[in-house]
Design a protein around this ligand. Structure first.
Ligand SMILES: [Zn+2]
Length: 69
């Protein structure tokens, strides 16, 4: 019984020590990228902010191309 508890403690330690490192590194990557994520418009080829782009079946379409449609 003592061995099982020891294994659980080790697993828990590994879980709590390793997982936060992964989530932290993911956050760092996001911060390095900045707030703006640029995507290429499939219609006109210009780089637009992902927030202004609309996802279609063929890819991202910028707001200008949406207006023109
Ligand atoms: Zn466009």
């Amino acid at each position: 019984m003592g061995k099982i508890i020891a294994i659980i403690v080790i697993v828990a330690l590994v879980y709590f020590l390793i997982l936060p490192k992964f989530t932290r590194s993911k956050k760092d990557i996001k911060e390095q990228k900045g707030i703006t994520d640029l995507v290429e418009c499939t219609k006109c080829g210009t780089m637009v902010d992902i927030k202004d782009a609309t996802i279609s079946t063929s890819g991202y379409i910028c707001s200008e191309c949406i207006k023109r449609r």
